[in-house]
Design a protein around this ligand. Structure first.
Ligand SMILES: *[C@@H]1O[C@H](CO)[C@@H](O)[C@H](O)[C@H]1NC(C)=O
Ligand SMILES: *[C@@H]1O[C@H](CO)[C@@H](O)[C@H](O)[C@H]1NC(C)=O
Ligand SMILES: *[C@@H]1O[C@H](CO)[C@@H](O)[C@H](O)[C@H]1NC(C)=O
Ligand SMILES: *[C@@H]1O[C@H](CO)[C@@H](O)[C@H](O)[C@H]1NC(C)=O
Ligand SMILES: *[C@@H]1O[C@H](CO)[C@@H](O)[C@H](O)[C@H]1NC(C)=O
Ligand SMILES: *[C@@H]1O[C@H](CO)[C@@H](O)[C@H](O)[C@H]1NC(C)=O
Length: 255
């Protein structure tokens, strides 16, 4: 057995420890069921070939999977996970997708997350996370980044401009302050920016929309000022512009 997908049913009870007897398993998809108890973390950790593991939307008490070094896809949303994001996950160097959302966590987003070389999608929304974003971000393969609906403070780092593949930047409903870094306007693939409900101030980057096919910009409920950049509307991609309740002024872009 290489693939076992039980997703989206009403299976209950415990996940039997005999899953450890499926050493060829590459995907174990258990999300969206009613499994309870402590899932057999030790046994699952023996599945050395596992690449995809989804546990989201169950009643599990989660544990750690630090031995699953082949894991590329980890989905642990809505599993009643508490405490900090386990440090042990930093050893999962092949992760391309981390989705740990809708849990009641505490503490900061750990530094290793921002350095994970293969990471392409990072979803950490609605988890009660605190602290600041790091100055340096070297997870340069990130395409989608969503840390919305937490209690993050501090500023958006200028170095976010190093994430050249970034297409989606969601940091809404936090307490981020300072200005939106100019480097964001230089990201060539950026399509969707949602930074609403923060404490951002200053002007929008002058060339926003000039260097990427920006389709959606949502920055309402901040303290942004100055004009809307002309370049926002010149790339032909814009379909959504939501800027209400700020301190913007001047004339609307002719385009
Ligand atoms: C598992 O099955 C669900 C429901 O058919 C499907 O949406 C999902 O893509 C499958 N996941 C994997 C990894 O095959
Ligand atoms: C969630 O975790 C808490 C504390 O670990 C526990 O008291 C509670 O029963 C759990 N809820 C569910 C639905 O498992
Ligand atoms: C989250 O956990 C804290 C303790 O860590 C607890 O006080 C709080 O009630 C929990 N919130 C929810 C929505 O479970
Ligand atoms: C970005 O995406 C391209 C094309 O998918 C890929 O070749 C490249 O390795 C990615 N990473 C960086 C940092 O450009
Ligand atoms: C809004 O930004 C202006 C500077 O642009 C600053 O003077 C003011 O204190 C800010 N207001 C709030 C409520 O943060
Ligand atoms: C709007 O900007 C003006 C001028 O910079 C500043 O005096 C005022 O406090 C700002 N309004 C808010 C609500 O921050």
């Amino acid at each position: 057995m290489e693939h076992l997908n039980l997703s989206a049913n009403y299976f209950g009870g415990i996940v039997p420890p005999v899953v450890a007897g499926l050493p060829a398993l590459r995907s174990l998809i258990l999300d969206t069921n009613q499994f309870t108890g402590a899932y057999p973390a030790a046994e699952i950790s023996k599945l050395a070939r596992l690449e995809e593991l989804t546990l989201a939307s169950n009643l599990f008490v989660p544990a750690e999977f630090a031995k699953l070094t082949k894991l590329s896809f980890l989905w642990m949303s809505d599993v009643n996970m508490t405490g900090e994001i386990p440090k042990a996950y930093s050893r999962l160097v092949n992760l391309q997708v981390i989705a740990i959302t809708k849990n009641n966590l505490s503490g900061e987003i750990p530094a290793w997350v921002w350095r994970h070389p293969k990471l392409e999608k990072l979803y950490l929304f609605s988890c009660g996370l605190t602290g600041e974003l790091p100055r340096k971000m070297t997870a340069v393969n990130l395409i989608e980044l969503d840390v919305s609906s937490n209690q993050l403070t501090g500023e958006i780092p200028e170095d976010i401009g190093d994430l050249k593949n970034l297409s989606m930047l969601f940091m809404y409903t936090n307490q981020l302050a300072g200005t939106i870094p100019a480097s964001i306007a230089m990201l060539p693939n950026l399509r969707d920016i949602r930074l609403f409900e923060n404490k951002l101030s200053g002007e929008l980057p002058a060339e926003l929309g000039k260097h990427s096919p920006l389709g959606n910009l949502e920055v309402c409920n901040n303290n942004l000022s100055g004009p809307l950049p002309e370049s926002l509307c010149t790339n032909g991609a814009l379909y959504g512009l939501v800027v209400f309740n700020n301190n913007f002024s001047g004339q609307l872009p002719k385009s």
